[in-house]
Design a protein. Sequence first.
Length: 128
Amino acid sequence: MKVVQELVAYFDRRGRLKPAEIRRLLERGYLAADAPHNMLDLAEPKGATYYFRVIGAADGPAWGTDIYTGDTSIAVAAVHMGLVKTGQEAIVKVTLVEPLPEFKGSARHGATTHDFGRFGSAYTLAAV
């Protein structure tokens, strides 16, 4: 699954895949795996993209706003970003990014994240 995700991310970053093509891959089950709890085990390389199936959660460890620490719950970040509601399933695009010097928390869409200082890895989410 990781090799397929890396290939899709490669072509997606270069504008070679249309959203409809990505959606077809997702619908056929070729692309999205169940989301891990967080991105700690997949923290490298920066710029890597993954597509995950996630069930939204309002409670769990979460730090940052729009850019989250690598140990933030993907399910909570997805709700916080407004990509899914608590208890609902969605496919999200997770992109590893350069960590911020400081992560600011906030309350949005029924989920609360917290402030945190420097952390070794970070990610952002987008709807698919």
